[in-house]
Design a protein around this ligand. Structure first.
Ligand SMILES: [Zn+2]
Length: 335
């Protein structure tokens, strides 16, 4: 059980630091974090390359050593927290993460071969939620849901101040809630998952569906599927492109309905939206809020706050991962 209510990094005294590492499909961000979540140093490097997980761990631990060596006066490393896609907090294993050619590897055990300190891991959405609860818009809250909107849709859940991770670390796979039986193919091998609609790639698919269905003039007709980005859709929507606006409206409708369903299950105080797609701002949040208000149970209507993360990309993951290992140091969770 990870209790998210401990005083911020209270297990650290001055001169003590922990490492928070946010391991993404493309980049890894490492932060050296001291007392009160103060980030002393930060570094980002590409996760992938053609190497295997051992190659990555070699580079990660080298970066950590270099960063620690740069700090003056010298600091004491107390622990390492990691956030990674498809991470199982209980076993330390990362199961064949998408975009990385690692297979199933025990990252915790591999990092511990380099550093004799407690090492903890959780998935990226859980770490972002921990970061948000410790330092962001969900500070002080006990019942919160975090939705991360990037290439896919991830989520973290806190109930009664405790992170809900599930038996296999797979709780909160809301991206694979089926919202359209027999609908779009999903990366998980099934059809109709909400992630196939509400994500950066889902948005692109919606754009192409709308282009086929409607006759509106649109700059989007000149762009190939592979070169289309969520940023472009967002820019064109702002410039008044009807297809781009409709794509965001449809995405928000699906997201709002999903949130209404989650509220029925968890009755949170707030839902925090985080990730690249959220940069679209009101283009996405507006229709999401409307659909949410329309579909939420009466008891929750007007009560559950929809918040946008204030922590920038990577930061929530780094702080959350550092927070995770602090809980381990406090003895809230065994290693
Ligand atoms: Zn799926």
């Amino acid at each position: 059980v990870i209790d998210t209510h401990n005083t911020n990094l209270s297990s650290l005294s001055s001169g003590d630091v922990v490492v928070g590492a946010d391991i993404g499909g493309t980049n890894t961000t490492v932060g050296i974090v001291g007392e009160h979540g103060h980030q002393l140093l930060k570094s980002t490097f590409p996760t992938g390359g053609r190497g295997d997980a051992a190659d990555f761990v070699g580079r990660l631990t080298r970066v950590i050593r270099e960063m620690l060596g740069e700090l003056s006066p010298p600091v004491v490393l107390r622990g390492i927290g990691m956030a990674a896609p498809a991470a199982n907090w209980r076993t330390g294993v990362v199961e064949s993460p998408a975009n990385l050619n690692w297979g199933s590897v025990n990252l915790v055990a591999m990092v511990r071969e380099h550093f004799d300190v407690p090492v903890a891991i959780t998935n990226d959405a859980n770490a972002a939620l921990l970061g948000e609860m410790a330092y962001g818009v969900a500070r002080g809250m006990s019942n919160v849901i975090m939705i991360t909107l990037g290439t896919g849709l991830g989520a973290g859940i806190a109930v009664g101040g405790t992170l809900v991770q599930g038996e296999n670390g797979a709780a909160g796979e809301f991206g694979h809630i089926i919202v359209d039986a027999g609908g779009r193919c999903c990366g998980c091998g099934r059809r109709g998952c909400v992630e196939a609609y509400v994500s950066a790639s889902g948005l692109r698919r919606t754009v192409f569906e709308l282009l086929a269905d409607r006759l509106d003039e649109s700059e989007l007709r000149q762009i190939s599927f592979n070169s289309l980005t969520a940023e472009t859709v967002s820019r064109l929507a702002r410039e008044g492109d009807a297809i781009a606006s409709a794509a965001f409206a449809m995405t928000g409708e699906y997201l709002g309905r999903l949130l209404a369903n989650l509220v029925a299950a968890f009755d949170p105080e707030a839902i925090v939206l985080y990730g690249g797609l959220v940069n679209a701002g009101d283009l996405l949040i507006g229709p999401t809020q409307r659909a949410f208000d329309e579909h939420a149970l009466k008891v929750s209507r007007g009560r559950v706050r929809l918040l946008v993360s204030g922590l920038n990309s990577g930061q929530a993951g780094v702080l959350g991962a550092s927070r995770l290992v602090c809980d381990v140091l406090l003895g809230v969770e065994g290693t």
